[in-house]
Design a protein around this ligand. Structure first.
Ligand SMILES: Nc1ncnc2c1ncn2[C@@H]1O[C@H](COP(=O)(O)OP(=O)(O)OP(=O)(O)O)[C@@H](O)[C@H]1O
Ligand SMILES: [Mg+2]
Length: 274
């Protein structure tokens, strides 16, 4: 009998974050109802959904800004409750909010170390500058100088500084709320590359986006929220039509109509060829 080669299963990636039945009410508004979400190490999960679907609320729960009204969260296998943003950061969850919260008048080094200065009583500028360069180099970031004020950087470069800042505390999970929303084509591509590099460092990444092209380019899984509820998980090769239907809840929309039109236009040719 010949020995069969062992079928080694692909090593299961560590489950960094797992939400089960998470709900959040604001008075009469049910912003989130019974949400389940898993994020593994080295994985980009895109969180998509229409305006008001609950994406930012979910990110705020994960970053300790809001507390859920029901449900459980585990982080690296341990049940956790995130009482405030400090608790979330201490666990290893870093958030880059949409407004980035950078200080325009301060330089790149000062922004990266804001509130986490090395030796705050007698600033160790040299070590901070070295560490800032190291972080930016790891991300292959294109920042001309770390000693220029953030006000003189482009949108993509600012996003890079905000992501570098979030990596300073060596998190296991990074949450990005619309990282490409205000960016042009080239800068979007740069930020998407950067997200891939963060994933390749082994971090779990949750990225909110309204742009399906960006989502498909970088996500390993696409999680759809609709009216505060889970409404499907898709692979990155999902069609625009599938995603738009899950996001809007309607199978009759301009994307599906366009796709039907294309199909019906191509059918006669296919018949002719057959
Ligand atoms: N602090 C709050 N108080 C009351 N209601 C809130 C609060 N924050 C969010 N909501 C409500 O919760 C729902 C979800 O809002 P959320 O901001 O999470 O949506 P979103 O998916 O991020 O939308 P967008 O794409 O527009 O950013 C909305 O109905 C919103 O009005
Ligand atoms: Mg939002």
């Amino acid at each position: 009998m010949t020995a069969q080669p062992l079928q080694q299963p692909a090593p299961a990636r560590e489950l960094v974050l797992s939400l089960s039945g998470v709900s959040k009410r604001f008075g009469a508004v049910a912003a989130l109802t019974d949400i389940d979400l898993d994020v593994h190490a080295g994985e980009v999960v895109a969180l998509v959904g229409d305006n008001g679907a609950g994406k930012s609320t979910l990110v705020k729960i994960l970053s300790g800004v809001h507390q859920p009204t029901a449900g459980t969260m585990t982080f690296c296998g341990q049940p956790v409750s995130l009482a405030d943003p400090g608790a979330s950061l201490a666990l290893g969850i870093a958030t880059v909010f949409q407004d980035l919260a950078l200080c325009e008048n301060l330089d790149v080094v000062a922004n990266i170390f804001l509130g986490k200065e090395l030796n705050p009583l007698q600033l160790d500028e040299v070590s901070m500058e070295v560490k800032a360069w190291k972080l930016l180099n790891e991300l292959s970031a294109r920042i001309p100088s770390v000693r220029i004020p953030v006000a003189s950087l482009s949108g993509g470069q600012r996003q890079t500084v905000a992501i570098a800042r979030s990596l300073l505390m060596e998190p296991k999970l990074i949450l990005l709320d619309e990282p490409t929303a205000a960016l042009g084509v080239a800068q979007t591509a740069e930020v998407l590359d950067l997200i891939e590099r963060v994933r390749d460092k082994g971090l779990g990444v949750v990225m909110i986006s309204h742009n399906m092209e960006d989502v498909r380019a970088v996500a390993d899984r696409i999680v759809v929220l609709r009216l505060g509820k889970n409404n499907g998980v898709f692979a990155p090769d999902a069609s625009n039509q599938e995603l738009v239907s899950a996001i809007t809840g309607a199978s009759d929309n301009s994307v599906s109509r366009r796709s039907h039109r294309r199909q019906s236009q191509s059918t006669p040719t296919e018949h002719a060829q057959a």
